[in-house]
Design a protein around this ligand. Structure first.
Ligand SMILES: Nc1ncnc2c1ncn2[C@@H]1O[C@H](COP(=O)(O)OP(=O)(O)OP(=O)(O)O)[C@@H](O)[C@H]1O
Ligand SMILES: [Mg+2]
Length: 411
């Protein structure tokens, strides 16, 4: 029997995306089905209109299934959880290895990670993920793959991501209401990073910023490990609403101006460049300086860059991010975003999009698809040694994953 595709579900503020994919010949994300449905009923990671969200999930998943031709029976989705309610903490685990100095096995790794997860989450929170940051063997630091090594004592530091239980429950309710199950939940900052970070970026250190419509998500990697994840509720729809308010236009006109004429570096825009602006209540559009539009955009994008930088500094040593900042998410599509982030943070910055192959590769390779592609990749990059449910009963809550495997492959 041919194996079914994996189905990823991104519940964004502007759209629900269902992406069905299989592993490509070189480990790529081979997209077999992709559907994006708006409106999503979700805002900043939170289900705000359950009925709308259930409908959007149903419609997106059905469309993707039509494209793959898979059977709709017992379908389990890998679902992204985003929003400013996410928090992270550091867990620590330790297991002795008996008999002494036998090679460390998969069970030892599971055991030590599970030990690190015995941490009490903040009030009202549920653990979403525990990602190993670094293993130590007999006190020696810096192991990413301990399996096969020898030692008497295995320790681990894990990056633990939690989310508000109530919001997670609502997401489960929406997925179940649509007739599907959650196979795995993955935090959005990590999912987007998995889509765009190369093994080299991971080794050199980098920060990924996904600028969405309602939320910006940040993930920071140092020395091959995940050291920070976070989200803040300032993103690209605020850029649009600033334009709308200050230029006195409709929301649609502001969105059009932002996408067609916007730039995050107003200094590069000539004084004599004009754009036609249709103001609310006016019958005719009138010319305005494009520079003014770009100053409005720049100001909000600078705020996003400053917030992101504060988060990166919380993660530790921003100076050690050799690969710099990677910008993705639909909001990173504004022209000159990378140049503005570089100027604001002092860190080298590049705008990146996820890579995918297959029938829908063009659509999947847009920056706004980073989360969906990353969710699929998270499951596709399965490595026998490295992924296993900690128990058969807990479902997604007990699934663990080490980091190194996630960034291998060509996807
Ligand atoms: N070509 C473009 N130029 C400028 N902005 C763009 C472009 N395409 C999309 N955007 C902006 O990107 C935002 C949508 O990004 P994205 O699809 O990543 O958000 P989302 O995942 O739905 O929301 P969130 O992750 O915040 O819940 C919108 O604000 C939109 O205006
Ligand atoms: Mg998003």
């Amino acid at each position: 029997m041919v194996e079914r595709s994996v189905y990823a579900l991104d519940l964004g503020s502007t759209k629900v995306v269902c992406l069905a994919a299989r592993p490509g010949p070189g480990g790529e994300v081979d997209v077999r089905g992709l559907a994006s449905v708006s409106p999503s009923g979700v805002y900043k990671g939170v289900v705000v209109d359950l009925h709308e969200t259930v409908g959007a999930i149903q419609s997106a998943v059905r469309k993707a299934i039509q494209m793959t031709g898979d059977e709709d029976v017992d379908l389990e989705l890998v679902v992204g959880v985003g929003g400013a309610h996410l928090e992270y903490m550091t867990g620590q685990g330790l297991v002795p290895i008996f008999p002494r100095s036998r090679p460390i096995g998969r069970d030892d790794v599971l055991q030590v990670i599970n030990h690190s997860r015995q941490i009490v989450p903040p009030p009202g929170h549920t653990l979403i993920q525990a990602v190993p940051r670094e293993f130590r063997i007999d006190g020696k630091r810096g192991f990413q793959k301990p399996i096969g090594q020898q030692g008497e004592r295995l320790e681990v530091d894990t990056h633990i991501i939690t989310g508000l239980s109530e919001y997670l429950r609502q997401i489960e309710e929406a997925v179940q209401g649509a007739g599907y199950k959650i196979g795995l939940m993955v935090a959005v900052p990590l999912a987007s990073a998995v889509a765009v970070v190369s093994p080299r970026d991971l080794d050199e250190g980098c920060a990924v910023i996904d600028i969405g419509a309602g939320t910006s998500s940040v993930a920071v990697f140092e020395n091959g490990g995940l050291v920070h994840t976070g989200s803040f509720p300032i993103a690209s729809n605020l850029v649009t609403s600033d334009v709308q308010q200050l230029l006195k236009t409709s929301a649609d006109e502001a969105e059009r101006l932002k996408i067609d004429f916007g730039s995050a570096m107003a200094v590069d825009v000539g004084e004599d460049e004009a754009v036609e602006v249709h103001q609310a209540g006016q019958t005719e559009s009138r010319p305005m300086q494009r520079k003014v539009l770009c100053e409005i955009i720049e100001s909000r994008m600078r705020e996003i860059a400053n917030h992101a930088m504060r988060q990166i500094e919380r993660g530790g040593k921003s100076k050690e991010l050799g690969a710099g900042l990677l910008l993705t998410g639909g909001g990173s599509s504004i022209r000159k975003s990378a140049a503005l982030f570089e100027a604001t943070t002092g860190l080298k910055t590049r705008a990146v999009a996820p890579k995918a192959i297959g029938t829908m590769a063009d659509l999947a390779s847009q920056p706004g698809m980073a989360t969906a592609v990353g969710l699929a990749k998270y499951v596709l990059q399965e490595d026998e040694d490295e992924i296993a449910p900690a128990s058969a009963i807990g479902g997604w809550k007990d699934t663990i994953r080490t980091l190194k495997s996630l960034f291998s492959g060509k996807a």
